[in-house]
Design a protein around this ligand. Structure first.
Ligand code: FDA
Length: 392
Protein backbone atom coordinates (compact mmCIF):
# COMPACT_ATOMS: atom_id res chain seq x y z
CA UNK A 1 0.00 0.00 0.00
CA UNK A 2 1.21 3.49 -0.87
CA UNK A 3 2.33 5.37 2.24
CA UNK A 4 3.48 8.97 2.34
CA UNK A 5 3.87 11.99 4.65
CA UNK A 6 1.33 14.30 3.02
CA UNK A 7 -1.56 13.77 0.63
CA UNK A 8 -3.01 16.90 -0.93
CA UNK A 9 -6.40 16.42 -2.59
CA UNK A 10 -6.83 18.98 -5.39
CA UNK A 11 -4.14 20.06 -7.85
CA UNK A 12 -5.39 23.64 -8.12
CA UNK A 13 -3.76 26.88 -7.02
CA UNK A 14 -3.88 26.20 -3.27
CA UNK A 15 -3.05 22.48 -3.43
CA UNK A 16 0.00 22.96 -5.66
CA UNK A 17 1.34 25.80 -3.52
CA UNK A 18 0.92 23.72 -0.35
CA UNK A 19 2.61 20.67 -1.92
CA UNK A 20 5.56 22.81 -3.08
CA UNK A 21 6.15 24.23 0.41
CA UNK A 22 5.75 20.87 2.15
CA UNK A 23 8.07 19.24 -0.43
CA UNK A 24 10.72 21.91 0.10
CA UNK A 25 10.78 20.92 3.78
CA UNK A 26 11.74 17.38 2.83
CA UNK A 27 8.31 15.80 3.29
CA UNK A 28 7.10 13.14 0.85
CA UNK A 29 4.10 14.74 -0.86
CA UNK A 30 1.51 13.30 -3.22
CA UNK A 31 -1.11 15.48 -4.92
CA UNK A 32 -4.28 13.72 -6.09
CA UNK A 33 -6.82 15.12 -8.53
CA UNK A 34 -9.71 13.50 -10.34
CA UNK A 35 -9.25 15.73 -13.39
CA UNK A 36 -7.21 14.88 -16.47
CA UNK A 37 -5.11 18.05 -16.13
CA UNK A 38 -3.99 20.05 -13.09
CA UNK A 39 -5.07 23.63 -12.34
CA UNK A 40 -7.80 23.96 -14.92
CA UNK A 41 -9.23 27.04 -13.19
CA UNK A 42 -5.88 28.80 -13.43
CA UNK A 43 -5.86 28.03 -17.15
CA UNK A 44 -9.23 29.69 -17.81
CA UNK A 45 -8.81 32.49 -15.29
CA UNK A 46 -8.57 36.14 -16.19
CA UNK A 47 -9.72 35.45 -19.74
CA UNK A 48 -6.76 33.04 -20.20
CA UNK A 49 -4.21 35.46 -18.75
CA UNK A 50 -4.71 34.71 -15.02
CA UNK A 51 -5.16 37.70 -12.74
CA UNK A 52 -2.73 36.03 -10.35
CA UNK A 53 -2.71 38.59 -7.53
CA UNK A 54 -3.54 42.16 -6.60
CA UNK A 55 -1.03 44.80 -5.52
CA UNK A 56 -3.49 46.15 -2.95
CA UNK A 57 -4.40 42.85 -1.28
CA UNK A 58 -5.57 43.37 2.30
CA UNK A 59 -7.94 41.54 4.65
CA UNK A 60 -10.62 44.11 3.70
CA UNK A 61 -10.86 42.40 0.30
CA UNK A 62 -12.24 39.18 1.80
CA UNK A 63 -15.63 38.01 3.07
CA UNK A 64 -15.89 35.43 5.85
CA UNK A 65 -17.95 34.76 8.95
CA UNK A 66 -14.66 35.54 10.74
CA UNK A 67 -13.25 38.51 8.81
CA UNK A 68 -9.91 38.45 10.69
CA UNK A 69 -9.21 34.79 9.93
CA UNK A 70 -7.34 35.48 6.68
CA UNK A 71 -4.90 38.00 8.21
CA UNK A 72 -2.30 35.51 9.44
CA UNK A 73 -1.80 33.64 6.14
CA UNK A 74 -1.99 36.78 3.99
CA UNK A 75 0.66 38.45 6.14
CA UNK A 76 3.09 35.55 6.00
CA UNK A 77 2.91 35.04 2.23
CA UNK A 78 2.04 38.31 0.52
CA UNK A 79 1.34 39.45 -3.02
CA UNK A 80 4.98 40.62 -3.15
CA UNK A 81 6.16 37.09 -2.34
CA UNK A 82 4.14 35.68 -5.22
CA UNK A 83 5.31 38.42 -7.58
CA UNK A 84 8.92 37.57 -6.63
CA UNK A 85 8.27 33.93 -7.60
CA UNK A 86 6.72 34.97 -10.93
CA UNK A 87 9.70 37.25 -11.58
CA UNK A 88 12.16 34.45 -10.76
CA UNK A 89 10.55 32.49 -13.62
CA UNK A 90 10.77 35.61 -15.85
CA UNK A 91 7.05 35.45 -16.55
CA UNK A 92 6.05 38.73 -18.17
CA UNK A 93 3.10 40.49 -16.48
CA UNK A 94 1.34 43.82 -16.36
CA UNK A 95 -1.01 45.76 -14.10
CA UNK A 96 -4.36 46.10 -15.84
CA UNK A 97 -6.40 48.24 -13.48
CA UNK A 98 -6.97 48.68 -9.73
CA UNK A 99 -3.76 46.77 -8.87
CA UNK A 100 -4.81 43.65 -10.81
CA UNK A 101 -1.77 41.77 -12.16
CA UNK A 102 -2.15 39.60 -15.28
CA UNK A 103 0.25 37.47 -17.34
CA UNK A 104 1.25 39.18 -20.58
CA UNK A 105 1.15 35.92 -22.52
CA UNK A 106 -0.85 33.10 -20.96
CA UNK A 107 -2.12 31.64 -17.69
CA UNK A 108 -0.24 28.49 -18.70
CA UNK A 109 2.96 30.28 -17.59
CA UNK A 110 1.69 30.20 -13.99
CA UNK A 111 0.72 26.52 -14.25
CA UNK A 112 4.11 25.60 -15.73
CA UNK A 113 5.85 27.53 -12.96
CA UNK A 114 3.90 25.71 -10.23
CA UNK A 115 4.51 22.29 -11.81
CA UNK A 116 8.19 23.02 -12.16
CA UNK A 117 8.38 24.12 -8.50
CA UNK A 118 6.49 20.97 -7.47
CA UNK A 119 8.88 18.73 -9.33
CA UNK A 120 11.93 20.59 -7.91
CA UNK A 121 10.50 20.09 -4.41
CA UNK A 122 10.13 16.34 -5.06
CA UNK A 123 6.30 16.40 -5.02
CA UNK A 124 4.38 13.81 -7.04
CA UNK A 125 1.16 14.33 -8.92
CA UNK A 126 -1.47 11.66 -9.56
CA UNK A 127 -4.19 12.81 -11.96
CA UNK A 128 -7.41 10.99 -12.89
CA UNK A 129 -7.51 9.62 -9.37
CA UNK A 130 -10.96 9.33 -7.81
CA UNK A 131 -11.28 9.24 -4.04
CA UNK A 132 -14.04 6.98 -2.80
CA UNK A 133 -13.42 7.01 0.93
CA UNK A 134 -11.47 8.78 3.66
CA UNK A 135 -11.01 7.57 7.22
CA UNK A 136 -8.63 8.01 10.11
CA UNK A 137 -8.34 4.60 11.77
CA UNK A 138 -5.27 5.63 13.83
CA UNK A 139 -2.95 8.62 13.69
CA UNK A 140 -2.86 8.31 9.90
CA UNK A 141 -5.41 9.01 7.17
CA UNK A 142 -6.51 6.22 4.88
CA UNK A 143 -7.83 7.07 1.42
CA UNK A 144 -9.63 4.61 -0.83
CA UNK A 145 -8.88 5.66 -4.39
CA UNK A 146 -9.25 4.41 -7.94
CA UNK A 147 -5.49 3.67 -7.75
CA UNK A 148 -5.79 1.67 -4.55
CA UNK A 149 -5.65 2.51 -0.85
CA UNK A 150 -3.19 5.15 0.39
CA UNK A 151 -1.96 6.17 3.84
CA UNK A 152 -0.65 9.54 4.97
CA UNK A 153 0.28 11.34 8.16
CA UNK A 154 -1.26 14.63 7.00
CA UNK A 155 -4.20 15.24 4.67
CA UNK A 156 -4.81 18.56 2.95
CA UNK A 157 -8.17 19.23 1.29
CA UNK A 158 -7.74 21.75 -1.54
CA UNK A 159 -10.69 20.81 -3.75
CA UNK A 160 -12.06 24.35 -4.15
CA UNK A 161 -15.77 25.15 -4.33
CA UNK A 162 -18.58 23.89 -6.58
CA UNK A 163 -18.49 26.82 -9.03
CA UNK A 164 -18.19 25.79 -12.71
CA UNK A 165 -19.07 22.09 -12.25
CA UNK A 166 -18.28 21.33 -15.89
CA UNK A 167 -14.60 21.95 -15.02
CA UNK A 168 -14.60 19.22 -12.39
CA UNK A 169 -15.56 21.43 -9.45
CA UNK A 170 -17.32 19.58 -6.63
CA UNK A 171 -18.54 20.02 -3.08
CA UNK A 172 -16.21 17.18 -2.05
CA UNK A 173 -14.36 19.30 0.53
CA UNK A 174 -17.59 20.04 2.40
CA UNK A 175 -18.40 16.31 2.52
CA UNK A 176 -14.99 15.58 4.02
CA UNK A 177 -15.48 18.36 6.59
CA UNK A 178 -18.92 17.03 7.59
CA UNK A 179 -17.60 13.46 7.70
CA UNK A 180 -15.13 14.58 10.38
CA UNK A 181 -17.80 16.56 12.27
CA UNK A 182 -16.68 20.03 11.14
CA UNK A 183 -19.19 22.83 10.47
CA UNK A 184 -19.65 24.24 6.99
CA UNK A 185 -20.98 27.76 6.37
CA UNK A 186 -23.70 27.25 3.72
CA UNK A 187 -22.07 27.78 0.32
CA UNK A 188 -23.59 30.05 -2.34
CA UNK A 189 -22.44 31.24 -5.77
CA UNK A 190 -20.51 34.53 -5.74
CA UNK A 191 -18.87 36.81 -8.29
CA UNK A 192 -21.79 35.85 -10.48
CA UNK A 193 -24.11 37.70 -12.91
CA UNK A 194 -27.51 38.63 -11.47
CA UNK A 195 -30.82 37.84 -13.16
CA UNK A 196 -34.11 39.71 -13.32
CA UNK A 197 -37.73 39.00 -14.15
CA UNK A 198 -40.43 40.81 -16.08
CA UNK A 199 -39.76 44.35 -17.19
CA UNK A 200 -36.11 44.55 -16.13
CA UNK A 201 -35.31 41.24 -17.82
CA UNK A 202 -36.84 42.55 -21.07
CA UNK A 203 -34.90 45.79 -20.72
CA UNK A 204 -31.62 43.91 -20.17
CA UNK A 205 -32.35 41.73 -23.21
CA UNK A 206 -32.93 44.78 -25.40
CA UNK A 207 -29.68 46.32 -24.10
CA UNK A 208 -27.56 43.13 -24.26
CA UNK A 209 -23.98 44.10 -25.10
CA UNK A 210 -24.17 47.68 -23.78
CA UNK A 211 -21.55 48.41 -21.11
CA UNK A 212 -20.74 51.47 -19.06
CA UNK A 213 -19.00 52.61 -15.90
CA UNK A 214 -21.42 52.45 -12.94
CA UNK A 215 -21.59 52.63 -9.18
CA UNK A 216 -23.58 49.71 -7.79
CA UNK A 217 -24.69 49.53 -4.16
CA UNK A 218 -26.38 46.95 -1.98
CA UNK A 219 -27.01 48.19 1.55
CA UNK A 220 -23.84 49.91 2.71
CA UNK A 221 -21.55 48.22 0.17
CA UNK A 222 -20.66 49.97 -3.07
CA UNK A 223 -18.45 49.12 -6.05
CA UNK A 224 -17.63 51.38 -8.96
CA UNK A 225 -16.54 49.40 -12.01
CA UNK A 226 -17.91 48.33 -15.38
CA UNK A 227 -21.51 47.14 -15.78
CA UNK A 228 -22.71 45.00 -18.68
CA UNK A 229 -26.26 44.30 -19.85
CA UNK A 230 -26.78 40.69 -20.93
CA UNK A 231 -29.64 38.59 -22.29
CA UNK A 232 -30.27 37.24 -18.77
CA UNK A 233 -29.67 40.33 -16.65
CA UNK A 234 -26.66 42.29 -15.46
CA UNK A 235 -23.00 41.39 -15.37
CA UNK A 236 -19.62 43.15 -15.50
CA UNK A 237 -17.19 43.68 -12.63
CA UNK A 238 -19.42 45.99 -10.52
CA UNK A 239 -22.27 43.45 -10.59
CA UNK A 240 -19.99 40.45 -9.93
CA UNK A 241 -18.54 42.28 -6.92
CA UNK A 242 -21.93 43.25 -5.47
CA UNK A 243 -23.28 39.70 -6.02
CA UNK A 244 -21.13 38.57 -3.08
CA UNK A 245 -23.12 40.91 -0.82
CA UNK A 246 -26.58 40.59 -2.39
CA UNK A 247 -29.17 38.25 -0.86
CA UNK A 248 -32.62 37.24 -2.17
CA UNK A 249 -35.12 40.08 -1.71
CA UNK A 250 -32.53 42.86 -1.42
CA UNK A 251 -32.66 45.83 -3.75
CA UNK A 252 -29.71 47.25 -5.70
CA UNK A 253 -29.14 50.91 -6.36
CA UNK A 254 -27.28 51.59 -9.60
CA UNK A 255 -25.78 54.97 -10.47
CA UNK A 256 -25.58 54.90 -14.26
CA UNK A 257 -23.77 58.25 -14.46
CA UNK A 258 -21.48 58.29 -11.41
CA UNK A 259 -19.55 61.38 -12.50
CA UNK A 260 -22.63 63.45 -13.18
CA UNK A 261 -25.27 65.04 -10.95
CA UNK A 262 -27.99 64.46 -13.52
CA UNK A 263 -30.41 66.99 -12.01
CA UNK A 264 -27.82 69.79 -12.32
CA UNK A 265 -26.98 68.69 -15.87
CA UNK A 266 -30.66 68.76 -16.88
CA UNK A 267 -31.33 72.16 -15.29
CA UNK A 268 -28.29 73.56 -17.11
CA UNK A 269 -29.42 71.97 -20.39
CA UNK A 270 -32.94 73.41 -19.95
CA UNK A 271 -31.51 76.92 -19.46
CA UNK A 272 -29.20 76.59 -22.47
CA UNK A 273 -31.60 74.89 -24.93
CA UNK A 274 -35.18 74.90 -23.63
CA UNK A 275 -36.57 73.33 -26.82
CA UNK A 276 -34.34 70.27 -26.49
CA UNK A 277 -36.21 66.98 -26.01
CA UNK A 278 -35.55 65.23 -22.69
CA UNK A 279 -34.52 62.07 -24.59
CA UNK A 280 -31.89 64.03 -26.52
CA UNK A 281 -30.53 65.58 -23.31
CA UNK A 282 -30.31 62.12 -21.70
CA UNK A 283 -28.44 60.84 -24.77
CA UNK A 284 -25.68 63.32 -23.90
CA UNK A 285 -25.38 61.84 -20.39
CA UNK A 286 -25.81 58.11 -21.10
CA UNK A 287 -24.78 55.84 -24.01
CA UNK A 288 -27.33 56.48 -26.78
CA UNK A 289 -28.90 52.99 -26.83
CA UNK A 290 -29.30 53.00 -23.06
CA UNK A 291 -30.88 56.48 -23.07
CA UNK A 292 -33.35 55.38 -25.78
CA UNK A 293 -34.42 52.20 -23.98
CA UNK A 294 -34.67 53.85 -20.54
CA UNK A 295 -36.70 56.66 -22.13
CA UNK A 296 -39.23 54.04 -23.32
CA UNK A 297 -39.24 52.29 -19.95
CA UNK A 298 -39.44 55.34 -17.73
CA UNK A 299 -41.51 57.50 -20.10
CA UNK A 300 -38.93 60.25 -20.59
CA UNK A 301 -40.92 62.51 -22.94
CA UNK A 302 -41.32 66.22 -23.67
CA UNK A 303 -39.22 69.31 -24.17
CA UNK A 304 -37.02 70.44 -21.30
CA UNK A 305 -38.77 73.83 -21.11
CA UNK A 306 -42.06 72.08 -20.33
CA UNK A 307 -40.65 69.94 -17.53
CA UNK A 308 -40.70 71.08 -13.91
CA UNK A 309 -37.80 70.69 -11.52
CA UNK A 310 -39.82 67.94 -9.82
CA UNK A 311 -40.04 65.92 -13.06
CA UNK A 312 -36.34 66.46 -13.78
CA UNK A 313 -35.51 65.33 -10.24
CA UNK A 314 -37.43 62.10 -10.82
CA UNK A 315 -35.57 61.47 -14.07
CA UNK A 316 -32.25 62.24 -12.36
CA UNK A 317 -33.07 59.76 -9.60
CA UNK A 318 -33.81 57.08 -12.20
CA UNK A 319 -30.26 57.51 -13.50
CA UNK A 320 -28.23 58.37 -10.39
CA UNK A 321 -30.14 55.91 -8.20
CA UNK A 322 -31.83 53.32 -10.44
CA UNK A 323 -33.48 50.84 -8.07
CA UNK A 324 -33.97 47.24 -9.08
CA UNK A 325 -34.31 43.90 -7.35
CA UNK A 326 -32.65 40.82 -8.86
CA UNK A 327 -34.61 37.55 -8.74
CA UNK A 328 -31.49 35.43 -8.53
CA UNK A 329 -28.08 34.76 -9.99
CA UNK A 330 -26.78 32.61 -12.84
CA UNK A 331 -25.67 30.14 -10.14
CA UNK A 332 -22.66 27.84 -9.97
CA UNK A 333 -22.73 27.43 -13.76
CA UNK A 334 -20.97 30.78 -14.20
CA UNK A 335 -19.97 31.85 -10.65
CA UNK A 336 -16.25 32.60 -10.34
CA UNK A 337 -16.15 31.58 -6.69
CA UNK A 338 -18.19 30.15 -3.84
CA UNK A 339 -19.04 32.07 -0.70
CA UNK A 340 -19.08 30.09 2.55
CA UNK A 341 -17.31 26.78 3.01
CA UNK A 342 -15.49 25.07 5.86
CA UNK A 343 -16.17 27.18 8.94
CA UNK A 344 -13.03 29.07 9.94
CA UNK A 345 -14.01 28.57 13.59
CA UNK A 346 -12.93 24.93 13.08
CA UNK A 347 -9.47 25.84 11.73
CA UNK A 348 -6.23 27.36 12.99
CA UNK A 349 -5.57 30.61 11.11
CA UNK A 350 -1.83 29.86 11.25
CA UNK A 351 -1.80 26.29 9.91
CA UNK A 352 -5.33 25.86 8.46
CA UNK A 353 -5.48 22.63 10.49
CA UNK A 354 -8.78 21.44 11.95
CA UNK A 355 -8.53 21.67 15.73
CA UNK A 356 -10.78 18.59 16.17
CA UNK A 357 -8.83 16.45 13.67
CA UNK A 358 -5.03 16.75 13.99
CA UNK A 359 -3.30 16.45 10.61
CA UNK A 360 -6.35 17.50 8.56
CA UNK A 361 -5.97 20.86 6.76
CA UNK A 362 -8.34 22.83 4.49
CA UNK A 363 -6.96 25.50 2.16
CA UNK A 364 -8.07 27.75 -0.70
CA UNK A 365 -11.62 28.26 -1.83
CA UNK A 366 -13.06 25.33 0.14
CA UNK A 367 -12.59 27.46 3.29
CA UNK A 368 -15.08 30.18 4.23
CA UNK A 369 -12.82 32.96 2.93
CA UNK A 370 -13.90 34.59 -0.35
CA UNK A 371 -12.10 37.39 -2.11
CA UNK A 372 -13.34 40.29 -4.15
CA UNK A 373 -12.85 40.20 -7.91
CA UNK A 374 -9.35 41.22 -9.00
CA UNK A 375 -6.76 38.56 -8.14
CA UNK A 376 -7.67 38.29 -4.45
CA UNK A 377 -8.95 34.72 -4.68
CA UNK A 378 -5.70 33.42 -6.10
CA UNK A 379 -3.77 35.35 -3.46
CA UNK A 380 -5.81 33.57 -0.79
CA UNK A 381 -5.05 30.24 -2.49
CA UNK A 382 -1.28 31.01 -2.53
CA UNK A 383 -1.23 32.35 1.06
CA UNK A 384 -3.35 29.62 2.65
CA UNK A 385 -1.52 26.90 0.68
CA UNK A 386 1.81 28.31 1.79
CA UNK A 387 0.70 28.51 5.45
CA UNK A 388 -0.44 24.88 5.51
CA UNK A 389 2.64 23.67 3.59
CA UNK A 390 4.90 25.31 6.16
CA UNK A 391 2.95 24.01 9.15
CA UNK A 392 2.43 20.33 8.31
P1 FDA B 1 -9.37 25.06 -7.54
O1 FDA B 1 -10.80 25.01 -7.94
O2 FDA B 1 -8.44 25.90 -8.33
O3 FDA B 1 -8.75 23.60 -7.53
C1 FDA B 1 -9.45 22.51 -6.99
C2 FDA B 1 -8.93 21.23 -7.61
O4 FDA B 1 -9.54 20.15 -6.93
C3 FDA B 1 -9.27 21.09 -9.08
O5 FDA B 1 -8.11 20.75 -9.81
C4 FDA B 1 -10.32 19.97 -9.11
O6 FDA B 1 -10.25 19.16 -10.26
C5 FDA B 1 -9.96 19.18 -7.86
N1 FDA B 1 -11.08 18.44 -7.30
C6 FDA B 1 -12.33 18.90 -7.04
N2 FDA B 1 -13.07 17.92 -6.53
C7 FDA B 1 -12.30 16.83 -6.45
C8 FDA B 1 -12.51 15.49 -6.02
N3 FDA B 1 -13.71 15.10 -5.55
N4 FDA B 1 -11.47 14.61 -6.09
C9 FDA B 1 -10.26 14.99 -6.57
N5 FDA B 1 -10.00 16.23 -7.01
C10 FDA B 1 -11.01 17.14 -6.94
N6 FDA B 1 -9.40 34.25 -9.18
C11 FDA B 1 -8.45 35.22 -9.24
O7 FDA B 1 -7.86 35.55 -8.21
N7 FDA B 1 -8.11 35.78 -10.44
C12 FDA B 1 -8.73 35.44 -11.61
O8 FDA B 1 -8.36 35.92 -12.69
C13 FDA B 1 -9.78 34.47 -11.55
N8 FDA B 1 -10.49 34.14 -12.67
C14 FDA B 1 -11.44 33.16 -12.61
C15 FDA B 1 -12.15 32.83 -13.77
C16 FDA B 1 -13.09 31.82 -13.73
C17 FDA B 1 -13.90 31.50 -14.97
C18 FDA B 1 -13.33 31.12 -12.52
C19 FDA B 1 -14.31 30.00 -12.45
C20 FDA B 1 -12.64 31.46 -11.37
C21 FDA B 1 -11.70 32.49 -11.39
N9 FDA B 1 -11.01 32.87 -10.24
C22 FDA B 1 -10.05 33.87 -10.31
C23 FDA B 1 -11.22 32.18 -8.95
C24 FDA B 1 -10.08 31.15 -8.76
O9 FDA B 1 -10.00 30.34 -9.93
C25 FDA B 1 -10.34 30.27 -7.54
O10 FDA B 1 -10.60 31.07 -6.42
C26 FDA B 1 -9.11 29.40 -7.27
O11 FDA B 1 -8.88 28.57 -8.39
C27 FDA B 1 -9.31 28.55 -6.04
O12 FDA B 1 -8.18 27.72 -5.91
P2 FDA B 1 -8.29 26.30 -5.17
O13 FDA B 1 -6.95 25.70 -5.34
O14 FDA B 1 -8.86 26.49 -3.83
O15 FDA B 1 -9.37 25.49 -6.00
Amino acid sequence: MLETDVIVVGAGAAGLMCAIEAGKRGLRVLVLDHARKPAEKIRISGGGRCNFTNLHTSPANYLSETPRFCISALKRYTQLDFIALVDRYRIPWHEKTLGQLFCDTSAQDIIDMLLSELSAAGGKLSLETAITGISKPDDRFRLETSRGPMLSRALVIATGGPSIPKMGATGFGYEVARHFGLAVVPPRPALVPLTFSDRNRDLCQRLAGVSLDARVSCGKTTFREGLLFTHRGLSGPSILQISSYWREGLELSVNLAPDETVLDALITARAASPKQELRTAMGRILPGRLADELAKDFGWNGRLADLSNKVLARVAEEVNGWRLTPVGSEGYRTAEVTLGGVDTAELSSRSLEASKVPGLHFIGEVVDVTGHLGGFNFQWAWSSGHAAGRAI
